[in-house]
Design a protein around this ligand. Sequence first.
Ligand code: S3P
Length: 176
Amino acid sequence: MANGDTPERILLVGFMASGKSSVGRELASRLGWAFEDFDTVIEARAGRSVSEIFTEDGEAEFRRLESGVAEELLVRTEVVLASGGGWPAQPGSWKMVTGNTMSVWLQVSPAEAVRRASQEGPLRPLLGGGDVTDRATALLLVREASYRRARYALDSEQYGPLELAGEVVKLMTESR
Ligand code: S3P
C-alpha cells in the first residue's frame, strides 16, 4: 500500500490469542465495515471446528482450506480480516496481500498468548503436547519473520482491543 492511498481492507495478523478477532470486531464496527475471521469462515464451510479438521484430516488439509478462504476474503473491500495465527507463515500467503490492503501485526509474547488461549477454552491444536509455553515460544520464533512483513506492528501485550482499534484508525488517517 502506498502512502496516500485509502485502504480497501485491513488484515490483522499475529500469534494465536494476540487479539486479532476482538480488535477486528471493534475496528469493523468503528469503520462501519464487515468483519471476517478466517477460522470462522473455514468452520462454517466445513461444518466442523478447526480442532476437528486438524484431528480428522491433519494440518495440511486445514492449510488447504485456509488458503482458499484467504484468497476469497483478500479481494473483498471495506472489510476487516483476522487471519489465523499460522496463515502468514504458509508459503505464498503474502502474495495474496495485494492492492490497498493495510496489514497490521498484533504483537504478543508467547507467555501472554498461552495465558489468554487457556482462558479462552480448549487449547489450540498446535499448542498441545509438551510444555505449552515452550511450544508457543518455538512457534513464534519460526513465525516472527512472516508477521514482520505486515506494514504496521502494534503492541497487543499492554493495550486492549479498544485502544488498538483506535490506533489502527489513527494510522489509517495518518497514512492518507
Ligand atoms: C493456528 C492458529 C489458530 C487456527 C489454528 C492454527 C496456528 O488461529 O487457525 O488452530 O497455526 O497458529 P488463531 O490465531 O485465531 O488462534
